[in-house]
Write a protein that binds this ligand. Structure first.
Ligand SMILES: O=C(O)COP(=O)(O)O
Ligand SMILES: [Mg+2]
Length: 221
């Protein structure tokens, strides 16, 4: 059975936290504040770049009236670093190829702004695999608003969503879409606290997991 499979990006397909932390810390240093640890910055990822910058500024007591300027600085540093410290999770590329080979349509549903999300796909040679990219600034709202996920799954309907975090579990639940949880990303809560259809820690198991989730969904109740 063929379907649309929507993917989250940060913490799901790529480990981008080192580059995000680098960009945030460049901004903090310019603003005269102490840098944050990788663990702290990682805990701020998931609700998009404006929120990441807000949390980083809050942690260092910076004046929030500067938020728009400092968010622009972070985006500029992030873009300039060109994913130097970002890696694809092991076996993610071959899992994407296998899903594509099986006839599925792949789309991206990330809270990262659309331009850097597209650059990252190109950087890793993945751009040809994805039919649609919905970023955190593509629509008026972002995850956990279900509009984003529903747009990423259009026009085929239901499909499957794959992500790593609280926000991903919530958006899938609100959109009524089966959710496969990647357990090695940036989740803050225990696995049991996140509603999910199935979970995986190794991308080589994903194609089989997708096939099972689709068969279960197609089975009469
Ligand atoms: O940009 C973020 O905060 C998170 O991005 P993601 O939705 O790809 O995890
Ligand atoms: Mg994520």
């Amino acid at each position: 059975m063929r379907a649309t499979i929507a993917f989250d990006l940060d913490g799901t397909l790529i480990d981008s936290a080192p580059d995000l932390a680098h960009a945030v810390n460049m901004m903090l240093t310019e603003a005269g504040a102490e840098p944050l640890s990788l663990v702290e910055v990682t805990s701020f990822i998931g609700n998009g770049l404006p929120r990441l910058v807000e949390l980083a500024m809050g942690a260092r007591g910076l004046d929030m009236t500067r938020h728009d300027d400092l968010a622009a600085r972070v985006l500029s540093h992030y873009t300039q670093a060109n994913s130097a410290y970002t890696v694809l999770y092991p076996q993610a590329h071959s899992a994407l190829l296998a899903l594509k080979e099986a006839g599925h349509r792949l789309t991206l549903c990330t809270n990262k702004p659309e331009a850097p999300a597209r650059e990252i796909l190109t950087h890793f040679g993945l751009e040809g695999l994805f039919d649609t990219v919905i970023g955190g600034d593509t629509l008026p709202t972002r995850k956990p608003d279900p509009a984003m996920l529903l747009a990423a799954l259009m026009p085929d309907g239901p499909g499957i969503y794959i992500g790593d975090s609280e926000v991903d579990a919530e958006v899938a639940q609100r959109a009524g879409v089966p959710f496969l949880l990647y357990t090695e990303g940036y989740r803050k809560s225990p696995v049991e606290a996140l509603p999910h259809t199935a979970r995986f820690e190794d991308f080589s198991t994903l194609p089989e997991l997708v096939a099972r989730a689709l068969a279960r969904n197609a089975a009469p109740a």
